[in-house]
Write a protein that binds this ligand. Structure first.
Ligand SMILES: [Zn+2]
Length: 272
């Protein structure tokens, strides 16, 4: 077991106090014989909280002062649950990867030659040029990416202004990028926010929700209860938008941009 000490800022009566936060790793043997590493962190929580993250890693938070033997015993009792949660997580990631690989333009079927743009299927020749059907795949991908970047850059100022006013914050710098795994990201220390160009494929409410999400990070860097309360307040549709963003762009268009599925996020949690 490796011990590591991190430090965490805790605000107490307006002044910052630095406290040591203890983190360490434990290994748990699953019923099927596999061994999984678990990152254990002492937090100011009342109960043990075991979580399979969206990336398949496992985290256990425990109340400060919990003996590692108690954490280990909890993990042993939760091994069957953990094995099922890990299997679900693998299936979810495989499905997400499949959606990501789905071609943006279908070459066959009733909607052949259409491209998702702001939640609607539009003829590719209208938005990419008359020669779109003749383009090689990589040139087509470049044109789509350029279109999506332009579209997000064009739509961004209106959404940014609206949510900056609602939250009373101001981002120092916005940029639009081609990102494979995220819809947006924020560096609270510098106030810079990056948006994914592919948001242009989805209904505009999805762009709004990512803008609001990243701006809330300027007030609250972590995804805690305060973060979600702030986000729900300024962008009540953010949970529906999040569900839509789990679909492929063509699925999102086919369903008229309405919410699909019932999962709230990629995490699976066990509390005790
Ligand atoms: Zn976030």
């Amino acid at each position: 077991m490796g011990w590591r000490r991190g430090f965490r800022m805790v605000l107490k009566g307006g002044c910052a106090v630095v406290r040591a936060a203890r983190t360490y790793e434990l290994e748990v043997t699953l019923p099927g014989g596999g061994v999984k590493r678990v990152a254990v962190t002492e937090k100011r929580v009342r109960r043990l909280n075991l979580r399979v993250r969206a990336d398949g890693s496992v985290a256990l938070s425990v109340p400060a002062g919990t003996a590692p033997a108690s954490a280990r015993s909890f993990l042993e009792h939760s091994a069957a649950w953990l094995e099922r949660a890990l299997a679900r997580s693998v299936r979810k990631r495989a499905a997400a990867e499949e959606r990501r690989r789905e071609p943006l333009i279908s070459r066959t079927g009733a909607d052949a030659g259409t491209l998702p743009l702001w939640g609607r299927l539009v003829p590719a020749t209208e938005v990419l040029g008359a020669d779109a059907p003749q383009l090689a795949d990589d040139e087509l991908a470049r044109r789509i990416d350029a279109l999506y970047r332009r579209e997000v850059a064009r739509a961004l100022p209106v959404a940014a202004t609206r949510y900056e006013a609602a939250l009373g914050v101001h981002a120092a710098r916005w940029s639009v990028r081609t990102m494979e795994t995220r819809w947006g990201s924020c560096t609270p220390a510098t106030g810079s926010i990056r948006m994914c160009s592919r948001l242009a494929a989805y209904p505009p409410a999805c762009l709004d929700s990512v803008v609001a999400h990243e701006l809330v990070h300027l007030l609250e860097p972590s995804h805690n209860a305060r973060f979600h309360a702030l986000l729900d307040e300024v962008c009540p549709g953010n949970r529906d938008a999040r569900r839509i963003l789990k679909c492929s762009p063509r699925e999102a268009c086919a369903n008229g941009g309405t919410a699909l599925g019932s999962e709230h996020d990629g995490e699976t949690t066990l509390h005790i």
